[in-house]
Design a protein around this ligand. Sequence first.
Ligand code: HEC
Length: 432
Amino acid sequence: MKRACVLGILLGVACDNTKAPDHTASGDNLESDADAAQDSGDDAIDDGVTWHKDVSPLLEQNCTGCHNPQGISFDLTSYPETALLAEALVGATESGSMPPWPPSRECRPLLHERTLSEADRQILRDWSARGTPEGDPATAPAPAESEFVPPDEDLTLTLPEPYTPIGATDDYRCFVVDPQLTDTARITGFQVHPDNSAIVHHVLVYTDTEGIAATLDERDEGPGYTCFGGPGFNETSVVGAWAPGSPGYRLPHNTAVSLEAGTALVLQVHYSPAGDPGGSDQSSVSFDLADADEDRQSAFFVPFVDTRLEIPPGAEAHEEGVTFTLDYGINLQFFGGGPHLHRLGSSISVHLRKPDQEEFDCIMEIPRWDFNYQEIYFLKDPVVIEDGDEVSLRCVYDNSDTNPYSTGDYVYWGDATNDEMCLIYALAGLGG
Ligand code: HEC
């Protein structure tokens, strides 16, 4: 042990590192490693990647917003738990599946992009290859400054009562909550607090100004009513979207979305009870609201849709879409949007063409649609759509045998599990 400690100092790492599995397993090699490292200078030396100094800060920046004790699956804030998963971390970051970031990076820059650099991936590889050394807590860098400010949560709405999902597979349930607004409220941020994160897969919040959801709720036994892909009626817009682990958001570019007095909200929760069969849930959602005297640009979520879908059975890459020309004598600002397809969807994109342009420019694209990661993405710089510009929405579907969700039938627009959509809830404002 003493010898190992000397070697630890030689290698420039703390003594306990040498307790890490692959070091103790090959004590002799370690010595020759150290010699070799000294001979050939810094290049060959183990750069001393440790949990405290390198790995934990990296995970904190990119992963623990989702993988924490209250979050999903495993806890990447814990050294022992993460050390056991080191190879899985390397695999998931190498393949690009983690951290999840569905939008195309070739389109426009988005706010709060989740991304790992090649250097970050190398840290994880080295750490795994070196037997996951823990290192010295004293070497941990100061926490990085984050541009992310969590939402304030002025208004919190909780499911009226606990709900236990039906069956062992997917259950889509809509719950009506009434914020009892007697005045117009202006939403500036959104967050979801899953109560039972083992089973809550995603949450979308819709408006209901006509009391339709309450009627649907009455007709269905138990808390809420069954719904898929939407609240079950068309006179609605989405005011919040959340995928597992999302830290919530503030609306960008000093905008706010109004909720009229009397508006009810419909929380659509997708449950995947396989994670906790029999468990109940009573999640809540929170909104930030603007103060009365706060100067904010008024924005609205407007659905941009192609409802005339006809997706033939067997088609592997069936494309649908619509192009329209803005001709209302106004300009629109496009701040971002929440793309939405169901389970046959494979990609969705929005493009823009100015009258003097040959080609369309990409505004937002999800090149590989994943129903489980639905969020609202905000552009770093809003795009101005001027009167006379063409905007094009494109959706691609896989209705072939290789898609487990294909029923082998024609598929049309609709709310049901086996229907499809082609839709982006655009956050837009006037002018620009
Ligand atoms: C936005 C939330 C989110 C972030 C950020 C995130 N993960 Fe995950 N991660 C998930 C979810 C959700 C799953 C479960 C996937 C499933 O069940 O399909 C998962 C699964 C995993 C798995 C299991 C294997 C796999 O690929 O599904 C690993 C390993 C993993 N994450 C590592 C990481 C690492 C490392 C980071 C940071 C670099 C990270 N995750 C960041 C949400 C996230």
